[in-house]
Design a protein. Sequence first.
Length: 106
Amino acid sequence: MFQSNFPRAFWSFIVVHVLHLINRLPSHVIQNNCPYKLLYNCVSDLSDIKVFGCLCFASTLEQNISKLDPKARKCIFLGYKQGTKCYIIMNVDFREIFISKNVIFL
């Protein structure tokens, strides 16, 4: 966090992201089980784990673009939307935070 020079306003996103990881990774305290497995009695899916602050591209809405407009916008990954398969991302150009399902990670 300190080395990436993220503003302090994003600390809440970092805490939520770390808790998401802790709940899905095995711990020796609970006999190499993960808290997610103990709570829901099923194995957690680790295929959606992403690096906080990584570069991604969110697709733009079809009705708001013309033929020559870009099809995606450059964003930064901030976390996961609780209860859905969506991601919380921030547009790099306009510094707006939004939720999107159609994201490509690099």
